[in-house]
Design a protein around this ligand. Sequence first.
Ligand SMILES: [Zn+2]
Length: 349
Amino acid sequence: MYYTTEEYMRLRFERFARQYAYSAKTVEEHEEWYARTSSRLSEIIGLTRALPTEPHPTLTERRRYDGFVRERWLIETEPTVIMPFYLLVPDKPNGSAIINPHGHGGAKDENLGFRPAGIPGGTSDGTLVERDGSCSFGVMMARRGCYIAAPDARGAGERREGSHQGDGRERENSHREMLGAGICLGLSPIGGMVWDLCRLLDFLLTIPEIDPGRIGCAGMSGGGEQTIYFAALDRRVSLAITSGYFYGFRDALMLQPGNCGCNYAPYLYETVDMGDIGAMIAPRPLFIESGVNDKLNGASGIENVYSQVKIAKSAYSLFDADDRLVHSVHGGGHVWVGDGMAEFIEKYL
Ligand SMILES: [Zn+2]
């Protein structure tokens, strides 16, 4: 016999969850709700505590590939916080750009298909791995004329904290340690990651070939998480794509508390659920991809995704923009399939 707290957590969730639940019936109510909710969400994830600084962008490397040039940049996002990222500069720019954050067990190199070489710091030897003519989403979009900006998230890739550094550990991250270190300072990993993506967007706005109204964000898993928080809180993001990350908090996060540490922030469940964050993106185009057999959907499976999409949908309907919210469901697990995404981007970005 064990006397656990799980039932108590469920009880608290039933009683206190979603105090900022989406319920707008007019555009005016939506805007009022957005202002209150974005303010509270920014506060609880620690976004409002970020310390602005001069970015000092530094170009460290340029390398040519078929259809694009890969640049490696460093920018300072907060005092002493350095973010390395790749910028894929297309040979034939079409005016659009996509920020492409990676997942929990990854980094910018594998996200784009560059083979990590075990070099200290986890940087790539630059080899682009393309199997059977298929390439990563980022490389595909760069070849279609889109600028791609792919950073290492805090605690991942070249930004791993001490206990996760070293060759052969490129798929580890320090998000749980960062949660532990930051929570008593009012910080959370996702708050820091959103801040970094905002600064990356600032950087993209300095590139004359990029149209400020045509900057999107797309990511898988932890990259999908970063995408929806970022798009929800920074309305300069014109289009969002999340794959493998759009499920109800109770089943997918509270009852699976061993997930990556960047999923959690104080007061999160009391504030919103995933669908409310989706509603914050409305009426900007939002593409959600889910796998029926994705274990991260939680015990109730794909139903735990449908219920959240329904919340987001109500916001798109309010704006008469139902076609701008696409939910694409595949039969697989926690994987990026990508069907329909390029067409969605072509149509809306
Ligand atoms: Zn994470």
